[in-house]
Design a protein around this ligand. Sequence first.
Ligand SMILES: Nc1ncnc2c1ncn2[C@@H]1O[C@H](COP(=O)(O)OP(=O)(O)OP(=O)(O)O)[C@@H](O)[C@H]1O
Ligand SMILES: [Mg+2]
Length: 206
Amino acid sequence: MRAVLVANPKGGAGKTTLATNLSGYFSNTGRSTTLCDLDRQQSALRWMAFRSPDLTAVTGYFGGNQLAVSLPKETDWVVVDAPAGLQGYKLSDYIRLVDKVVVPLVPSIFDMAATEDFLNSLRNDLRGGARDKVGIVAMRVDPRTRAATMLEEFLKHFDLPILAYLRNTQNYVNVAAAGASLFDPPKSRHKKDLEQWQPLIEWLEK
Ligand SMILES: Nc1ncnc2c1ncn2[C@@H]1O[C@H](COP(=O)(O)OP(=O)(O)OP(=O)(O)O)[C@@H](O)[C@H]1O
Ligand SMILES: [Mg+2]
């Protein structure tokens, strides 16, 4: 079993969007995939409920508020969708249990300010090994813009890699409404977005 945690304390950063699409990726590449929803709002589980039985299977469960955290060992990949506000000992617990941590981050001053303490505590929890375990996904941004440069400047303080730049597109909204991901057929419709996911996927599969 390998596990990836998608986390950022800021609401609306894109955690569930990343978690559901990652689940779609793993299941479409033949891996048994479990989506662990830690959010009381259970958006990831709602997405799963919409998922057609004609698509590759993703199983899931609500993992919120467990005292002793455990992840299912009999599955190939577990994707953990964190709620807004996850921090402190609970966050540290999860970081210890997973192989990778992916942090979606929108390059706005509000989102960056709300994420700063979180990135600092991630770095302290992981000490030297942070770069291999934690990566940033720049959400709703074009890499050639000033917003992207601002984000790169901000992240220099934490020495964390930007794994991918995902553009702002209704494709994410549309696939989610159907319980699907960019990686479900017809994939040709999302060619440009799939290209943007490639470096993130390579980092996860490493
Ligand atoms: N790249 C994108 N392009 C367009 N819309 C996006 C993109 N990424 C996310 N969204 C939209 O932004 C909204 C917030 O995303 P999402 O629900 O994934 O964030 P979240 O971090 O899980 O929020 P919460 O903290 O409430 O759990 C959703 O409506 C989603 O469809
Ligand atoms: Mg969410």
